[in-house]
Design a protein around this ligand. Structure first.
Ligand code: ADP
Ligand code: MG
Length: 589
């Protein structure tokens, strides 16, 4: 068997597959070149989903005629020259292979000139490079790509319909539009203008490339820690979708895909959205170049961080901060743009669910809106001001509960008088919320207090459960459990979290493990699953008698949590009944 070196043409075609997967990848590479050339205006014309024509014109730095042929040579680039440059890459491109790859699977023309320089043009057809010819000086560059994949029928066969390719192109352009709101961008497809964007703020750009309705549904993100900074916007609950696709993370202005970072964001949203719901976000991460490696894959959307977990935590904190204002950000009720009628039955929908969590008004809103639509807008205005008052009331609630006006009813609910009426709190979910946040904090950095058992307990497990226990043991220890291996599949429990009742610790430990095993997949991380299982099982239950002091302490701690109104599963914790509502019901007003 003879082993041969492949011809250059064949080599190019093989590696072209890595960079040029489909028309949208050509658009991406050409846009990246235009942006690297510091263009402030870029225009993209495509026909037939990019199958027939892709043309990108910019007003950037341009290429001198003498260098035009070099631009099409593989591994020729003006962007890096030394190994050191590769370690801290400032440009979108650096591999010097895009133009070469594109030219090996299509017909390419390029026209370019630098500011004040001569214009030149070059054509590549069937792999043959023409001479550079003089051309009008554009001050910028125009690259035209025709007949994509004419010589790679296998790839052509795998291309989707022009419509699908067109959508992929729109998505690529949208990404860069979001990363560079100060750049004018035009996208024309089959003579239709898809985008015509002028320099604007990121918020305006989001409205322009997503939907004008997005603009009012955004929470600003602005955070920095050490060398990292994160800015951008996170969508409120009106922008939740049931499938992913509208999550944008830019690292030093490069669109990247990274599951861990996404999950950092999802975790911040976790207590207010359901599993299977995806929030909208556009986040710009600025990280020192030395902390990342973008040279992982030819597409350059995959990156490696030196300290991925650190970025994860910074990202999560930035979102938590932004989302803390979510109580003030009211879903826009007048405009049920997302097609949901105000219907109590409609519990599955997050939009309505958000309201279900609120208060007494909600029942009224849903009821009246079904019957008397003319009254609806009045109610909505009322509901809106109610919600915006919520955050303010929180402090009055906080101080208004004293031992004198707090009662337990049916060993299940805590009822108390407050200035504006009365509140009813579900004791189990309230405690669960408190423990969940405390446990998460413990896993993060602040271990919870443990109480040593007077009589250590020996517990034996089935072999598989025992191995799970060993997996989660470090987490359980941070929460306050202390266990020692004590023979086969057996542990000695020496301490339990101070919060937990004495006497039933064995049962609770078993329940935590069962809960963890059953629900692990619903959580973004194992730690969160441990925290949630602990919170659920260690919390007081319906039926537990609470003293006034215990109730008071619980309520105080509840209001110290980030989300006193929702339990980790999205159920309401507090129901409020205003004095007006009571007066109305008794027909006093
Ligand atoms: P890379 O972007 O990785 O350097 P490319 O093959 O995409 O590799 O481009 C090769 C070179 O051609 C670039 O380094 C740059 O010097 C030049 N070039 C390509 N497109 C443009 C453009 N639109 N404006 C100015 N220079 C360009
Ligand atoms: Mg490039």
């Amino acid at each position: 068997m003879e082993i041969r070196l492949l011809s250059e043409d064949l080599r190019n075609k093989i590696s072209a597959g890595e960079v040029v997967e489909r028309p949208a990848s050509v658009v991406k590479e050409l846009m990246e070149n235009s942006l690297d050339a510091e263009s402030t205006e870029i225009s993209i014309v495509v026909n037939g989903g990019g199958h027939n024509l892709i043309q990108v014109t910019d007003n950037g730095l341009g290429i001198e005629p003498d260098y035009l042929p070099a631009a099409f040579q593989r591994y020729s680039t003006s962007k890096i020259s030394r190994l050191d440059d590769l370690i801290s890459i400032q440009t979108l491109g650096f591999r010097g292979e895009a133009l070469a790859s594109i030219a090996s699977v299509s017909e390419v023309s390029v026209l370019s000139s630098t500011a004040g320089g001569e214009g030149g043009e070059l054509h590549i057809k069937q792999g043959d490079i023409s001479q550079v010819k003089p051309a009008p000086a554009l001050t910028g560059t125009q690259v035209t790509v025709k007949n994509l994949f004419y010589n790679t029928p296998a790839r052509k066969k795998f291309l989707k319909s022009p419509r699908i390719e067109f959508r992929k192109i729109v998505e690529v352009v949208r990404r860069y539009a979001l990363a560079y709101p100060e750049v004018s961008l035009k996208l024309i497809s089959d003579n239709r203008e898809i985008f015509n964007l002028h320099p604007e703020s990121l918020q305006e750009r989001i409205a322009a490339v997503m939907d004008p309705g997005y603009q009012d549904q955004l929470l600003p993100v602005n955070f920095s820690k050490g060398e990292y900074s994160i800015t951008g916007f996170a969508g409120n609950l009106n922008l939740l979708r049931n499938r992913p696709g509208e999550q944008y993370i830019f690292l030093n202005r490069r669109y990247i895909q990274n599951r861990l970072l996404n999950s950092g964001v999802y975790q911040a949203y976790r207590s207010i959205i359901k599993r299977g719901e995806y929030p909208y976000f556009v986040l710009n991460l600025v990280v020192p170049g030395s902390q990342v490696d973008v040279n992982v894959h030819p597409f350059k959307t995959e990156v490696r961080f030196k300290d991925e977990w650190r970025i994860f935590h910074v990202l999560k904190s930035s979102l938590e901060e932004a989302l803390s204002s979510i109580l003030d950000t009211i879903p826009d009720l007048e405009k049920p743009a997302f097609g949901v009628p105000f219907n109590f039955e409609n519990r599955g929908n997050s939009f309505v669910r958000d309201w279900n969590q609120l208060d007494e008004n909600q029942a009224k809103i849903s009821f009246e809106s079904q019957n008397k639509s003319e009254d609806r807008s009045k109610d909505l205005t009322r509901a809106k001001s109610y919600v915006s008052d919520l955050a303010a009331r929180r402090s009055s609630l906080d101080s208004g509960l004293s031992g004198d006006n707090i009662w337990q009813v049916h060993t299940k609910y805590i009822v108390s008088q407050i200035d504006s009426g009365l509140v009813i709190i579900d004791q189990h979910v309230a405690h669960e919320r408190v423990l969940f946040e405390e446990a998460l904090g413990a896993l993060d950095s602040k271990p919870l207090q443990a109480q040593t058992l007077l009589f250590p307990e020996v517990m034996e497990f089935a072999a598989d459960t025992f191995s799970v226990l060993l997996d989660v043991l470090p987490d359980l220890e941070k929460i306050g459990f202390r266990m020692r291996e004590f023979g086969k599949n057996t542990v000695m429990v020496e301490a339990i979290p101070a919060e937990m009742g004495w006497g039933n610790e064995k049962q609770i430990i078993r329940e935590i493990l069962d809960n963890y095993l059953e629900h692990r997949s619903q959580y973004t991380s194992g730690q969160e699953a441990v925290a949630a299982s602990f919170a659920c099982k260690a919390a007081v239950k319906a039926g537990d008698v609470l003293t006034k002091q215990e109730m008071q302490a619980l309520v105080n701690r509840l209001f110290g949590t980030k989300h006193p109104y929702y339990c980790p599963h999205g159920r309401p914790i507090i129901v409020q009944l205003s004095i007006e509502e009571l007066d109305r019901r008794f027909e006093r007003i």
